[in-house]
Design a protein around this ligand. Structure first.
Ligand SMILES: [Zn+2]
Length: 221
């Protein structure tokens, strides 16, 4: 289709976008936390909601493109990673349909399969590395928890589509390590963000012994 950047996508344009003012440096993954696909697509296309994304992966695996990659979509909001604040102009946003962690509904194998194909294409076309694929919770740890502890980051890591946590041998303060990595925010918020992604069975926002060991790489000592 002429209007899409990914050949497998269906074009359903959203008015919620603006000119891109920075190079694409990140892909941000989201969970919709909406009851169903139509509700999410309607909100992402509602001019009064002022939110959007580039792609949404539906429950049945269809990929909808709402904003062209050359335009900025409005998915990240107030956010920061490393020295960059407000990631919208710097990123491509992918929403994955899911009613949220409290629902008990898992992301499906079909959704992971199409996400993997889409990410492979996006990373190649935009010359991005796995470390540039982040979750909304990584970049807005004080207010966002999507794609959630039930999102299988390890599956993406195994395919080199996201980066596993690697300890910094010269940093022995866990919070300094998180901030060196890119996390920005209060201690409890960035600990929770780390746990959501790298220790999803222990999401507490506290520096429990296992979290400390995981951050510092001391688990197998
Ligand atoms: Zn989000």
């Amino acid at each position: 289709m002429a209007n899409v950047d990914y050949k497998g996508a269906i074009w359903r344009p959203s008015p919620n976008h603006e000119a891109r003012t920075a190079p694409i440096s990140f892909v941000i993954l989201h969970g919709t936390w909406m009851a169903d696909d139509e509700a999410a697509l309607n909100r992402l296309s509602d001019a009064s909601a002022k939110v959007s994304c580039h792609y949404m992966i539906c429950a049945d695996g269809r990929i909808i493109q709402l904003v062209r990659e050359e335009q900025t979509a409005w998915h990240a909001g107030i956010s920061a990673w490393g020295s960059i604040e407000r990631l919208n102009p710097h990123s491509i946003g992918i929403e994955i349909s899911n009613p949220g962690p409290a629902s008990g509904v898992a992301y499906s194998d079909t959704q992971y399969a199409v996400l993997e194909a889409l990410l492979t294409d996006i990373l190649a076309r935009n010359h991005l590395t796995p470390a540039q694929v982040l979750g909304h919770s990584d970049i807005a740890p004080d207010r966002k928890d999507d794609p959630g502890a039930h999102f299988d980051w390890a599956r993406l890591e195994a395919l080199n589509l996201a980066a596993p946590w690697r300890p910094y041998p010269t940093i022995d303060d866990p919070l300094a390590a998180l901030r060196h990595h890119g996390y920005r925010g209060a201690d409890k918020d960035i600990l929770a963000a780390f746990q959501l992604r790298h220790l999803p069975t222990h999401v507490s926002g506290t520096l429990c012994p296992l979290t400390r060991a995981r951050i510092l790489g001391h688990e197998r000592a």
